[in-house]
Write a protein that binds this ligand. Structure first.
Ligand code: C5P
Length: 409
């Protein structure tokens, strides 16, 4: 599975002839879904044009440590914090030596010291420089500090020598980065099932009862979970949204269909997140033909019957019960109602949002949530649903692990 979707990669390019491969490297990283920002050293700019890198990465290229314009858009500290991974390719003997010794005398070497992110380097240099005791010692120092060293490859070199020192190919670099994220993803090996969107309950062949749920929050959760390495099932009511990468989407219409799919998948999942706005009632019978307007009465009575409560049914499973997360969209007394649902539906965690504020909730791109669980709560302030989904999953992981530990003791 190749996906760098949602990952911020800072590519540092230093002055080696292999820098000519960097536009291609950026293209591969972008194709895998990553956001890429490029930092060039002074000597790298002699090998590859900043304009080319700006065009392929879609972002301004940074070069100087003391560039007021660049610092305004993103300072060196912000760049260092922005990165989920710093990749230096090609990495010359010089940058390797600087990193091993903690020297910060230009933008890239400063970022290397300032970043909390994983650092990956793809050394490229003359074979003799690579074999030099100083370089070998510096590489060993970096590896002992958890820097991932890719390559170098052996073969013909630009200088005419033959030996180790060629930069590994861009596709190999991207593959290794992908593997790194996979191996370190918090939810690797965990299956999560998410329900999203509204359900629609048919009245006749042309009419139905539904609600305004857009599905955005559930889709954001599914996307974030997949980016964190989970195997994700997304059971979705009818919505107008694209399926996130690496998410197994199951389309349903009615609550009954959602219930059937959810029950099968929840038993195979470690975590079940019920984000769908499920219709509480459906028509007792769906008329075979279009219901006609009558002249003799001003009323039409349609008998509704209760739909199964999906999340409560899953939380009530005696065997293979996943960790169950519900949502409570409320217009008043949010905390009281949320806590009541937490208990009556036997949930492990409930996410409450106040839908009386029209800037958040149902159709908006933003949301704010308060999470409640037995004896605890956490507020996730107003932010994009994408950002919120990540924070929510972090909280879910913490609670999920805690509940496992509690069961063990
Ligand atoms: O009871 P209420 O609809 O307010 O509860 C909301 C929570 O219950 C949400 O997590 C929603 O997905 C879930 N739910 C469900 N099946 C229903 C009704 C609600 O799973 N029939």
């Amino acid at each position: 599975m190749m996906s760098l979707s949602g990952k911020n990669i800072l590519l540092g390019i230093t002055g080696g002839i292999a820098a000519y491969k960097c536009p291609d490297l950026v293209r591969h990283l972008k194709k895998a879904g990553a956001q890429v920002r490029v930092v060039l050293t002074e000597s790298a700019s002699h090998f590859v044009a900043p304009m080319t890198l700006q065009a392929v990465s879609g972002n301004a290229v940074s070069k100087e440590l003391f560039d007021p314009t660049a610092e305004l858009s993103m300072s060196h500290i912000e760049l260092a914090k922005w990165a989920d991974l710093v990749l230096i390719a090609p990495a010359t003997a010089n940058i390797i030596a600087k990193m091993a010794n903690g020297i910060a005398d230009d933008l890239l070497s400063t970022i290397c010291l300032a970043t909390p992110a994983k650092i990956v380097i793809a050394p490229a240099m003359n074979q003799q420089m690579y074999k030099a005791a100083a370089t070998q010692q510096n590489l060993a120092t970096l590896e002992s500090r958890n820097t991932l060293v890719l390559g170098p490859d052996e073969g013909f070199q630009a200088c005419g020598d033959i030996g180790p020192g060629r930069m590994v190919e861009p596709t190999t670099i991207v593959e290794n980065i992908n593997n790194y994220f996979l191996a370190n993803s918090e939810l690797a090996g965990t299956t999560i099932t998410v329900t999203a969107g509204p359900t629609i309950e048919e009245l006749d062949p042309v009419r139905y009862i539904s609600n305004y749920s857009s599905g955005k929050m559930g889709f954001a959760i599914a996307k974030a979970a997949a980016e964190m390495g989970a195997t994700v099932n997304l059971i979705s009511g009818p919505v107008n949204l694209t399926t996130p990468n690496n998410v197994n989407r199951i389309n349903v219409k009615s609550a009954k269909q959602m219930y059937d799919e959810a029950l099968v998948l929840a038993e195979k999942s470690a975590i079940f997140i019920s984000c769908a706005a499920v219709a509480d009632y459906r028509a007792e019978t769906i008329a075979k033909n279009k219901i006609k307007k009558t002249d003799d009465s001003n009323e039409l009575v349609i008998k509704l019957v209760k739909n199964p409560d999906i999340v409560a049914s899953i939380a009530g499973l005696k065997e293979h019960r996943p960790f169950v997360v519900g949502f409570a969209a409320e217009t008043n007394d949010v905390k009281t109602y949320a806590l009541k649902k937490l208990t009556t539906k036997n949930l492990d965690l409930i996410c409450a949002n106040d839908v009386s504020d029209h800037n958040i909730g149902f159709n908006s791109d933003q949301n704010a949530l308060t999470l409640y669980w037995q004896n605890g709560e956490q507020t996730l302030p107003l932010s994009s649903k994408q950002q919120l989904a990540k924070q929510l999953l972090q909280a879910v992981i913490t609670r999920y692990k805690a509940s496992h530990d509690e069961k063990k003791n």
